[in-house]
Each structure stands twice: as structure tokens, then as C-alpha cells.
Design a protein around this ligand. Structure first.
Ligand code: GLN
Length: 313
């Protein structure tokens, strides 16, 4: 672990928060009705370090829908259960270069999802967990969210209802996966559970704690619990580097050089292994679905602290 001077983290956060706050671009997601109604002006940033320091600015304790970031946590649950090789063989580790809900990406690859961090791969990953029914499957996923965040994460009935009553596109993807032999439980069960995992409420501080657990080799720095085997962390971060920001994952790697994951609720978390995690939350999204302010804020902190992984020390 490399300790970064807390005052350096603090000044970097102040500067990043000021710069990103001034941005006006983007638009709330509206294909999920709940998300359209979240106040667009909210903006929070948080950093959590492996020794458990929490730094926060702005609306870092506002609870919002985790959405796609949940894919990382379900991936973590599945890797713990089946191991990295099974996960890679059954789901994949390639970027799709396509939108997160692309049917064309499936069509082009024999109905294989390629990545656990797109909707198709996330549903298939949820289906890999051993469970007798939807509630058992859901219990495993929620337990992982709680252990990684180190807090009593809960499902929002309001978000879940908003998603379950509009998720027809995801249901179609689930059936395509099933028809291609790439779904490992009932496809509607996988879609239901995936939709619930997207509908829990988290804060920027929670996201930074989840990220810091990954930065800390699988030990939650706040609860001190070992949540993941150390060997399971690098493959999770590799998946985040390849597909964490959908079809602009390459741009993010080029500009920031850290594994990260975004969600259409406006959240984003980036992980600097051995150092810290940075999270942001602001609802307005760019055209591919990544938060405008959270990307700018997280990138600015990473740059100020010299965290690009591809840089020699
Ligand atoms: N629940 C959302 C969906 O399935 C999550 C997508 C996202 O955050 N990119 O479309």
C-alpha cells in the first residue's frame, strides 16, 4: 500500500470539485422513469483510502440508484463462487465497443456477452450463481453489495418498480442469451434479479468504499473484513478497464489510466490499486451514459494525485 498525504487528497478534491461543478453539459437518463426525476444539480465526490480515511465533498451522502455499477459487485460474487477462469470462459473479458444494452453486440458474437459489465453479461453473470430460486440469487447479490460497501445497502422499491415495469429490452436480451446457450438459470429470473441489483441505493462514499476494497486487495478498509480473495481482485479490475465506461472505456483508459465503472444513475468509481478509490455522483449523463461531472471530477483527482497506472513511478 502506498500512503498519499491526506492534505494532498484534500486539495485535489477541492480543485476537482470546483472545476467539475462548473460543467453544464449532459442530461439525466430518462428511459428509466425514476432517473428522470432525480434533481440534476446534485454533485458529490468522495475518496476512500486503504487505511480507511474518508474524504468527501458536496452531495457525497445523497442516495442514488447504483445501476450498472452493481455489475462489478455481482461479478465479484460470481468470481468468488466459480473462480476467474470459469467466469472468463462463460462470460468473457473483451470490450464490446458497443452501447451497454446492445443487441447487435450479441448478434455479432454468437449470442456471447463478451463482458460481465454490459447488460447481457451482467444478467448471464447473475445466472452463474448457484441458487434454487430468484430470492436466493438476490440474497447472494445483496449480501455482496452490503459487504463491499460496509453498510446496510437496501433495495429501493420505487426504483425497482420503475425498472421492472419498463425493462422489456433487457428481457429480450435475456432470451437471446438463453437461445444461444449463454444463460445459466431461467432467463426471466436472471433479468428480474439483475433489475433488482440495479435498483439499490448507494452514495458516493459507498462507491468509494467499494472501490477502496478493490484497491486494498479485497479487504474492506472501513469494516476490515476480507470480502474477496486477493487473487480475484485483478480480474475484476481488468474487466473494469476494458468495459467500465461502455463504449468510451478506451477514451477513459487513454486519458485517466484507471479501472472504473459508471452507472446511468450518475455514479462513477475509479480504483487506483494499492492507493485509493475515487467516486463521483451527478445525474446528467453524456451521450453514452456516463456522468459528465463525475467523470471530470474523478479524472481531475486522479491526475492531481498522479494515479495513472500506465505511468512509471
Ligand atoms: N438498469 C439499467 C439498465 O439495465 C442499468 C444500465 C446502466 O447503468 N448502464 O439499463
Amino acid at each position: 500500500m502506498i500512503t498519499i498525504d491526506p492534505s494532498h487528497i484534500s486539495t485535489s478534491l477541492d480543485a476537482a470539485y470546483a472545476t467539475a461543478s462548473a460543467l453544464t453539459g449532459g442530461k439525466n437518463a430518462d428511459y428509466i422513469p425514476y432517473l428522470a426525476g432525480v434533481p440534476s444539480g446534485l454533485f458529490g465526490l468522495a475518496v476512500v483510502t486503504p487505511d480507511g480515511q474518508v474524504h468527501e465533498r458536496g452531495d457525497a451522502r445523497y442516495e442514488f440508484a447504483i445501476e450498472s455499477i452493481s455489475k462489478v459487485l455481482t461479478l465479484a460474487a460470481a468470481i468468488e463462487e466459480v473462480g476467474p477462469e470459469q467466469l472468463r470462459a462463460k462470460i468473457g473479458a473483451e470490450p464490446t465497443g458497443m452501447p451497454f444494452n446492445s443487441v447487435m453486440a450479441l448478434e455479432m458474437h454468437d449470442d456471447r456477452p463478451l463482458s460481465p459489465l454490459v447488460n447481457a453479461g451482467a444478467m448471464a453473470t447473475a445466472s452463474l450463481l448457484t441458487a434454487a430460486n430468484a430470492d436466493e440469487r438476490w440474497a447472494k447479490i445483496l449480501a455482496m453489495q452490503i459487504r463491499l460497501a460496509g453498510r446496510q445497502i437496501r433495495l429501493s422499491d420505487e426504483v425497482n418498480t420503475s425498472e421492472q415495469t419498463t425493462n422489456f429490452h433487457n428481457r429480450a436480451i435475456a432470451w437471446l442469451l438463453y437461445s444461444g446457450g449463454n444463460m445459466f438459470c431461467d432467463p426471466m429470473e436472471a433479468c428480474d434479479v439483475y433489475t433488482r441489483q440495479c435498483s439499490t441505493l448507494v452514495t458516493a462514499v459507498d462507491l468509494a468504499t467499494i472501490g477502496a476494497t478493490l484497491a486494498n486487495g479485497g479487504i474492506n478498509p472501513v469494516t476490515r473484513e476480507r470480502v474477496l480473495k486477493a487473487d480475484n481482485v485483478p480480474p475484476i479490475l481488468a474487466e473494469m478497464m476494458m468495459e467500465g465506461l461502455y463504449d468510451t472505456s478506451g477514451d477513459w483508459a487513454f486519458q485517466v489510466g484507471l479501472p472504473a465503472k459508471s452507472g446511468v444513475g450518475g455514479g462513477l468509481v475509479a480504483v487506483a490499486p494499492g492507493r485509493l478509490a475515487i467516486a463521483g455522483f451527478a445525474p446528467p449523463l453524456d451521450p453514452v451514459g456516463n456522468s459528465v461531472k463525475a467523470q471530470a471530477g474523478v479524472a481531475a483527482v486522479a491526475k492531481a494525485l498522479g494515479l495513472n497506472l500506465f505511468r512509471s513511478a
